[in-house]
Design a protein around this ligand. Structure first.
Ligand SMILES: [Zn+2]
Length: 137
């Protein structure tokens, strides 16, 4: 997820421990941990794209012949994406450059217009959301 163009992956989980999302159900949540892997890979994708690496987009699995599979979802795609083992069709393998695993997480100084986001105070309605937006700018 991209938050107003400032580059966050955000996963929201309900506080209610009886929520169905915490139950493994092979008919509904085929690969529940996939959402965490997916959003984390977006972060790595962004790190390399900002450094002008030519890598496949995380959502382009279909272009390279990877489709969602029962029980494991896009596990093969994520594995090959992370290990730079996607067949580019020209005898080359593509995916995340391994340098991404040596880069440190970004610091506040890496952003030109860094602003603090108060995650504990999430807006409850559209009016608060708009107010918060203008407060932050
Ligand atoms: Zn995505």
């Amino acid at each position: 997820m991209d938050l107003n163009g400032i580059g966050f992956s955000n996963i929201r989980l309900p506080n209610d421990s009886s929520s169905y999302i915490y139950t493994y159900n092979s008919y509904i949540n085929t690969f529940p941990e996939e959402v965490f892997i997916h959003e984390y890979l977006h972060s790595l994708e962004r790190i390399l794209k900002e450094r002008n690496y030519n890598i496949p987009a995380l959502h382009d699995n279909n272009l390279y012949g990877y489709t969602e599979q029962r029980l494991v979802g896009l596990k093969d795609w994520y594995q090959d994406y992370m290990t730079c083992n996607i067949d580019a069709g020209n005898g080359k393998k593509i995916g995340l450059d391994e340098i991404v695993y040596t880069l440190t997480p970004p610091a506040e100084s890496d952003f030109e217009y860094a602003i603090d986001v108060e995650f504990s105070k999430e807006p409850q309605n559209i009016i608060e959301e708009i107010k918060n937006f203008f407060k932050a700018v």
